[in-house]
Design a binder for this molecule. Structure first.
Ligand code: GUN
Length: 287
């Protein structure tokens, strides 16, 4: 079984984006800028935001950080988004999810200018993805596809099974697989007979947020498994560890598997940088 080294592939992509940022800067004087908005103090979101900000610096992207109190009114967040939409130094806007209960995430995502929506969550970008592309694509699904492309040349007719139906991963990755002409089945926590459906998969993308859900005997010999899960559990020595949604040790007969950590996670961040560079190019009329 091959381990797909997301960390190394992401580092390569970050370097490529960095070169693209430097080239853009020298031909136009424009430095791509990313605004990251975090509302509240969810520890996991705090870690993700810190990683995203560190990566922007590594690629030469300017970052603008906004940390708002957990009780921030929805109207105040919408005012900030309007300001960022109008700010010419900002080419990408990311509002970290989940948001506190008083804020409707769909209303917030709708407010972000589609050309600055580097998360690809705005209805215009969701629509573009579902009708054949051209818009900004969500970062985690984009990262999954870049990893799959390393080991799969031709998707035509392959059986792809997605576990998870979220707007952030499950639905968009299913659309991207369909675009490559795989035969796609989207499943979720209520799907009946899940193990047998998974056994037919040449490609398995698991984004269920359920540690150890996928057992070794669910996976077809020779399949490629992309594990999007990031689950914090208590390990055998009593310390917290991060594990995916599949039982990695039991997947020896798979053809290739992404490790957790070090698989999809670093790709999500690298794709965010790539989307920010794309957004900047598009806003200044280059693409
Ligand atoms: N929360 C979990 N994943 C994501 C993501 O990709 N983008 C944002 N904005 N929030 C998230």
């Amino acid at each position: 079984m091959e381990l797909i080294d997301g960390k190394a592939i992401a580092a390569q992509l970050v370097a490529e984006v960095g070169a693209g940022v430097a080239a853009l800067r020298s031909r136009s004087g424009i430095v791509p800028g990313l605004a990251v908005v975090l509302v509240g103090d969810d520890p996991a979101s705090g870690i993700y935001v810190r990683r995203k900000l560190a990566a922007t610096a590594a690629a030469g992207i300017r970052s603008f950080e906004y940390r708002l109190a957990v009780d921030t009114p929805q109207a105040a967040l919408l005012v900030l988004i309007d300001e960022l939409n109008a700010n010419a130094d900002v080419h990408g806007i990311l509002v970290q999810l989940p948001l506190p209960a008083q804020i409707d995430p769909l209303l917030v995502l709708d407010r972000i200018a589609p050309e600055k929506d580097v998360d690809g969550f705005h209805p215009v970008n969701v629509g573009r993805l579902s009708s054949g592309g051209g818009g900004l694509v969500p970062c985690t699904p984009l990262g999954c596809m870049k990893l799959l492309d390393r080991v799969i040349d031709d998707y035509h007719g392959l059986n792809a099974v997605v576990i998870g139906k979220s707007n952030i991963v499950g639905k968009p990755v299913a659309l991207l697989l369909l675009e490559r002409e795989a035969t796609v089945t989207v499943t979720h926590i209520h799907t009946r007979g899940l193990p047998d459906i998974v056994r037919a998969a040449d490609i398995l993308v698991v984004a269920a947020g359920s540690p150890g859900l996928v057992r070794g005997d669910w996976v077809k010999p020779g399949a490629v498994v992309i594990d999007v899960g990031i689950n914090r559990i208590i390990g055998p020595d009593g310390r917290p560890i991060i594990v995916g949604d599949s039982v990695m040790d039991a997947l020896g007969h798979a053809r290739a598997v992404t490790p957790v950590p070090g698989g999809v996670g670093p790709m999500t961040i690298a794709c965010l940088l790539e989307n920010t560079l794309r957004a900047a190019r598009s806003i200044i009329g280059e693409e």
